[in-house]
Ligand binder design. Structure first.
Ligand code: HAS
Length: 548
């Protein structure tokens, strides 16, 4: 039997700390999410001391920003330890500093939401204004991730130094690509938070350049979704083949897909602003074209996955185009949960293509269709992949095993998630097409809307939300069991091996300066003129330098 490689004890503790924050966030956010659907469907009314939008802000921030960021860094640290060896003391220290800064930032931002000083939703669009402490909390969260990200990059550099002339482990390569994407993306949100929101919320300046702040936010916002997606792709490319009992279909194709994400994730933010004035249509058009280009690495990933499934199926004797389907390990939650995530990404991705299409965007923008879209993509594809991986990584770190019973309950939990999401997200998509607005407490219009034809959809969302909360409770129960009560033993952290008699990877693929350079070139091309335009033509009343 091959030696089982483990995440070291100290690195395991580091990852587990990240996962705990992530799990607490998902539990709270799930509860808030259900309450929102109950309010929207008029099944309950909130007590006077809670505002609907306060709840919506907490739900969005905890799910989209906190759960994802903490889970991702916990996963990256564990995977780096597993594939490049125990983190050096310095790198582990950096990661712990990152963790504590992120946690302090989270607590500060959450506190501001709880006391009603930051009811600005997770996108914190101006002119909605929060307490400066909320923005400082967000800034701390981001600064923390810089320490964590540097730990990953330094660990990768150390491996390369110790292994001259060798190709880096695929996990480490992808982890660095994810961190690079995050670093370049956060430049936008850091600029807007530091130079626009903080001075404005302290009252040092009276106004804020709304167009510019939204543009800087979406410059960050779209690569943010790929920051969520890439770790899920890491699981699909690297871990699933091992779980299936086959090899990685193509190492170089996987790396190329990640490089394409680095190049193409950034110059596309305008597809979130297609309906906004103040941006020239020509630039919107260019960014829409680039959005269609960033679909390509996902199509490559779909291709690689089908190839992996087929390779395994054929090895087990399957025949015909879809014969492999029956040969997949349907009783293994480590496979089933991410697989449901992949299935959800077929309509999720198609929805994204609809969103990006200018004319169709006019129909769905600011409707609850968009909420349906991201509950399929981040809420199912990414979340179920993370859930699947946590069923193996938590016992691995804790020196316990995923028991048969926990495995079957995990499958029920994943299926419940899928059913809940199908109902909720389906209702969101359909009623969005009928014009049901997003981010709106329906009853606040005066009760006419339920009569206007969305009422049944809102109730369906509440039913879906209830099933989802049951699934989350089961998930958290299982995780507590796997972390503290499951039998002691060794659970594998599966890392796939290469299928091809690999050609040596061209050196340029590990030359990050080239890729970051091209990415910066594309960013400057897509954003320079529109941003200069926004600053020069800021509305009357803005101070001399029209950044505000
Ligand atoms: Fe999106 C809005 C366009 C992907 C998340 N998106 C959002 C928002 C979020 C979000 C959170 O163009 C809302 C932001 C807000 O609050 O306002 N999105 C896209 C496009 C893609 C896309 C073109 N989005 C994602 C991902 C997300 C995410 C991924 C999170 C993780 N999105 C938009 C646009 C808007 C938008 C507009 C703005 C709308 C508006 O007007 O406000 C693409 O990346 C999608 C490409 C994906 C594919 C699918 C590939 C399929 C795979 C699975 C294969 C399955 C297998 C299993 C192998 C082409 C890889 C098969 C087995 C069998 C048995 C069949």
């Amino acid at each position: 039997m091959s030696k089982i490689l483990k995440v070291s004890k100290l690195d395991g503790k580091l990852s587990m700390a990240h996962f705990i924050v992530a799990f607490v966030s998902v539990g709270l956010a799930g509860l808030f999410g259900l309450i929102q659907t109950l309010v929207r469907s008029e099944l309950i009314t909130l007590p006077s001391f809670i505002n609907y939008y306060q709840l919506l802000t907490a739900h969005g921030v905890l799910m989209a920003l906190i759960f994802t960021t903490f889970f991702i860094f916990g996963f990256l640290h564990a995977g780096m330890s597993r594939t490049t060896g125990e983190l050096t003391r310095g790198n582990r220290r950096l990661a712990w500093i990152g963790f504590w800064l992120m946690t302090i930032g989270t607590v500060l931002a959450a506190l501001m939401i709880v006391v009603g000083e930051a009811t600005v939703l997770y996108t914190f669009y101006a002119p909605l204004q929060a307490s400066p402490l909320f923005y400082i909390g967000l800034a701390l969260l981001i600064v923390g991730t810089y320490f964590s990200g540097m730990s990953t990059i330094f660990q990768y550099n150390k491996w390369r130094k110790d292994h001259p002339g060798e190709t880096s482990p695929l996990f480490a390569y992808m982890a660095v690509a994810t961190v690079v994407l995050w670093f370049v993306a956060t430049v936008g949100v850091v600029i807007t938070v530091l130079f626009q929101f903080i001075p404005w919320s302290f009252g040092w300046v009276e106004t804020i350049n709304v167009s510019l702040s939204r543009t800087l936010f979406w410059y960050f916002g779209h690569p943010l979704v790929y920051f969520w997606l890439l770790p899920a792709y890491m699981v699909w490319y690297i871990m699933l083949p091992k779980i299936l009992g086959t090899k990685i279909f193509s190492d170089s194709m996987a790396r190329l897909a990640f490089i394409l994400f680095i190049l193409l994730s950034f110059p596309v933010g305008f597809h979130h602003q297609l309906l906004e004035p103040g941006i020239n249509e020509g630039w919107k058009f260019i960014q829409v074209i680039l959005t269609f280009a960033v679909i390509v690495p996902s199509l490559m990933t779909a291709f690689a996955l089908f190839a992996t499934f087929e390779m395994r199926g054929r090895a087990l004797g399957s025949k015909g185009i879809f014969g492999w389907f029956k040969k997949l390990p349907w009783k293994d939650v480590r496979f089933v949960a991410p697989f449901i995530g992949m299935l959800a990404f077929i309509p999720g991705g198609a929805g994204g293509i609809i969103n990006a299409s200018n004319q169709m965007n006019q129909v769905i923008h600011n409707t609850i269709w968009v909420t349906g879209h991201f509950h399929l993509t981040v809420g199912t594809t990414v979340a179920l992949t993370f859930i699947g991986v946590s069923y193996l990584i938590v016992p691995h770190i804790r020196g316990r095993v995923l028991t048969k019973r926990a495995n079957s309950l995990g499958i029920y939990q994943s299926v419940l998630w899928a059913v809940g999401m199908l109902i909720m997200s389906g209702a969101m998509h359909f009623s969005g097409l009928l014009g049901n607005p997003r981010r709106t407490q329906v009853t606040s219009y005066g009760g006419h809307e339920v009569a206007s034809g969305w009422g049944a959809y809102e109730v369906a969302m509440a039913v879906g939300g209830t099933i989802l909360l049951i699934s989350i409770i089961l998930y958290i129960g299982l995780i507590i069991y796997l972390a503290f009560f499951a039998p002691k033993g060794v659970e594998e952290f599966p890392i796939g091996e290469l299928a091809e008699q690999s050609l040596k990877l061209p050196a340029i693929m590990e030359n990050w300066k080239v890729w970051i350079g091209i990415a910066i070139g594309l960013i400057l091309f897509a954003y320079s003129i529109p941003i200069i335009d926004m600053i020069q033509n800021a509305p009357p009343g803005s101070p001399g330098f029209k950044f505000w």
